[in-house]
Design a protein around this ligand. Structure first.
Ligand code: 7TS
Length: 419
């Protein structure tokens, strides 16, 4: 998606009033909180917290089991959340949205179920160097088990996917291409529609790790024509333990269950079990009912703001930050320069100062950022670093937050004698 000429109508400061965590007075002697770690996990508005608490207070019962009223109400609200999710990503049918705990579980589900059925010795899978470990490790595990081989799309000098290399790697006829929509460590936005088109033409299915895209921009699974898509509720104002695996109906229907147990069966005898239809087939056991209902509330809250607007707000913050970063001595920022090709993530090193030290100094100013390898060690290796400091934006951030970040970085430089 590209920047629009319309400015965002989102006022980060006004939005903070919806979030109890920003209403807390800072501990004695601390400045007000600047939260720049939403790529790890966002904060939650009161409407989400209330939806979870309201479920337990008013409609708590196990779902799909009781014929009594409470259980029916609980089931209805859980299934309503699935409809909201389907609408949010424009799935053709809510049955294509499987509730999972997080992106990691969604990818493991596909690797185990689809992978075990479809990968044979000598088959290839295509990933990229910029993947989060969640989109590498499950594939390495299943590739080893099935005797399949993994290829990796390399990156350009500004941390974009090397699309020429991608074209060449498709000639290996991979059965699946699994790539991230947005890199959590550099913010790079990948051209998913083009990737899907080319992968399909080469006979491969495509799984998109949308953990960092669905929370921040409009994503339409039908327009992108993705086969699988995974994302987590906790990065999009929803509860921890909520998330979605989207899959095209005919593909999911041809896959065996991932876990066996209650709720996913049609009939069990001592000899044999037949399995339920979608989505129950992939939701064994008692699910995180309240959390998925909370995710529905988060999606409604985001839709109320408009995802185009959310994206535009982050572009404005990114633009503002990228203008100021060159003024910080010793700072090297990674990722594409064009804001149309990157999400609201800024990953950087500051001279020789270790990322953890930068992060600690920022914490002393009550600025929360992340330091480390961001669960993307192959990407760090490609960048030639062991760690970066990462600031990431969301709807409740403001240009003042960027100013506080820049001031904090100048302070870090001063402490380490760089300026
Ligand atoms: N994929 C991407 C692109 C991610 O950014 C993350 C989490 C995951 C998968 C895994 O998500 P989970 O909800 O299953 O844990 N990323 C981060 C991060 O950048 N810092 O902490 C978690």
């Amino acid at each position: 998606m590209t920047a629009t000429t319309q400015p965002s109508t989102i006022d980060g400061l006004a939005i903070r009033k919806d979030f109890p965590i920003f209403q807390q007075a800072p501990t004695e002697g601390r400045l007000p909180l600047v939260f720049l770690d939403s790529a790890a996990s966002s904060q939650r508005p009161a409407v989400v917290i209330d939806a979870v608490s309201d479920f337990y207070a008013r409609t708590n019962a196990n779902i799909h089991r009781g014929v009594y009223q409470l259980s029916e109400q609980a089931t209805l609200r859980y299934e309503e959340a699935r409809h909201i999710a389907a609408q949010f990503i424009n799935a053709a049918n809510p049955r294509e949205c499987i509730f999972v705990r997080n992106t990691t579980e969604a990818i493991n589900l596909v690797a185990s179920s689809w992978g075990r059925t479809n990968l044979n010795p000598g088959d290839r899978i295509l990933l990229s160097v910029m993947e989060h470990h969640s989109n590498i490790v499950p594939w390495q595990m299943i590739a080893e088990e099935r005797g399949a081989t993994i290829d990796y799309i390399p990156l350009t000098g500004d941390q974009r996917l090397d699309l020429e290399a991608f074209d060449a790697l498709l000639k290996n006829e991979p059965k699946l291409v699994a790539v991230t929509h947005v890199s959590n460590a550099t913010g790079t936005i990948n051209p998913i529609a083009e990737i899907v088109r080319k992968a399909h033409a080469a006979g491969a299915l495509v799984l998109v790790d949308a953990a960092q895209s669905v929370p921040h921009m409009p994503v339409d699974v039908q327009a992108l024509d993705v086969d699988f898509m995974a994302f987590s509720g906790h990065k999009m104002l929803g509860p921890m333990g909520s998330g979605i695996l989207y899959g095209k109906r005919e593909i999911l229907e041809a896959m065996p269950p991932y876990m066996g147990g209650g709720s996913m069966i049609r009939k069990v005898t001592l000899e044999k079990t037949t399995f339920a239809d979608l989505p129950a087939r992939f939701e064994a056991g008692t699910p995180a009912v309240a959390d998925q209902i909370g995710l529905g509330a988060a999606m409604q809250y985001l839709s109320g703001m408009g995802m185009e607007n959310v994206r535009q707000h982050e572009i404005e913050l990114l633009d503002y930050a990228l203008e100021q970063l060159p003024g910080v001595p010793g700072l090297t920022a990674f990722g594409p320069e064009d804001v149309n090709e990157r999400a609201g993530v800024i990953s950087f090193t500051l001279g020789d100062i270790h990322a953890h030290d930068v992060s600690s100094i920022l914490d002393s100013e009550n600025i929360a950022v992340r330091a480390g390898h961001h669960c993307a060690q192959p990407l760090m290796h490609d960048l030639g670093v062991t760690a970066t400091t990462r600031a990431s934006f969301y709807v409740y951030n403001t240009k003042d937050d960027v100013d506080r970040l820049i001031a904090g970085l100048h302070k870090a430089n001063k402490i380490f004698g760089l300026s």
